[in-house]
Design a protein around this ligand. Structure first.
Ligand code: MN
Length: 267
């Protein structure tokens, strides 16, 4: 059983060290780390196409890449590792990846890259920044991976990969209620951009914080984690709005009936 570990906070982040330490001594498991050299939070699934990537190895064995989380998993799976891992795990992230965070998250991006290659994958995050009770989060991550290991083994390996997004409240391990399956909630739109003047008198902009929870109803990841549970959300990649396919079909049909009508007078 081989597990590839990545993250978006960088290979030196406490979260990835804790995840590695939690999984490395599972029986019959080999773990390897390929992670970004620097913090790549909010890089989603970005790939680096216009500059070269370099891989170096830290004294603790972790390999690090001057690229994004998805770069790390991509090059690991397409040549660097030389084998196909049975599971890709990402994290443990410094802060929540709930609701629409999942669209931006590099932690989810790294896991999603594994999933896109047909490998089961899990993204782990702590709901608050600052690494409080990281040992508890690592312990819950270990518990979940241990539970899933039999389904990943050669004979019982399912044909369909899956992608899990897991958020763990920053609590002592005995105060975490357990795991709860939850759908993604929603956040309000982000805070205003922050404009400042640099020493040369030029205006610069800082992206504002993510908004507060807008939909944190029962059944959401926001609700489950607020109740003290670690939330498990199965994710899919198909962004198609299937319910609205019929709504847009007549629009396409109408456009097709008048293929040259662009609203301009013809000469
Ligand atoms: Mn991060």
């Amino acid at each position: 059983m081989k597990i590839l570990i990545s993250n978006d906070d960088g290979y030196q982040a406490p979260g990835i060290v804790a995840l590695y330490e939690a999984l490395r001594d599972l029986s019959g498991v080999e773990v390897e780390v390929v992670a970004p050299e620097h913090n790549n939070s909010a890089k989603s699934n970005a790939l680096t196409l216009h500059s070269p990537l370099y891989v170096h190895q830290s004294s603790n064995g972790f390999r690090y890449v001057n690229g994004t989380p998805a770069d790390c998993v991509h090059i690991a799976l397409t040549g660097l590792l030389g084998y196909r891992p049975d599971l890709v795990v990402s994290g443990i992230n410094n802060g929540a990846n709930m609701g629409d965070d999942t669209i931006y998250s590099g932690t989810v991006g790294a896991a999603m890259e594994g999933y896109l290659f047909g490998i089961p994958a899990i993204a782990f995050s702590q709901t608050e920044k600052g690494w409080a009770h990281l040992d508890a989060a690592a312990s819950k991550a270990r518990q979940l991976v241990l539970q899933l290991l039999p389904s990943l083994s050669g004979t019982s390996r399912s044909h369909e990969p899956w992608l899990l997004n897991v958020n763990i409240p920053n609590r002592p391990v005995n105060d975490i209620q357990g795991f709860k399956v939850a759908r993604l909630g929603r956040r309000h739109a982000a805070e205003q951009v922050i404009a400042q003047t640099n020493p040369r008198g030029e205006t610069m902009y800082w992206i504002g914080s993510a908004g507060p929870a807008k939909d944190d109803a029962e059944g959401t990841d926001f609700h489950a984690t607020a109740q003290g549970y670690a939330s498990i959300t199965p994710l899919q990649v198909d962004l198609t709005d299937h319910d609205r396919l019929p709504y847009w079909a007549p629009v396409a049909a109408q456009l097709s009936q008048h293929p040259t009508d662009t609203g301009r007078e013809s000469a």
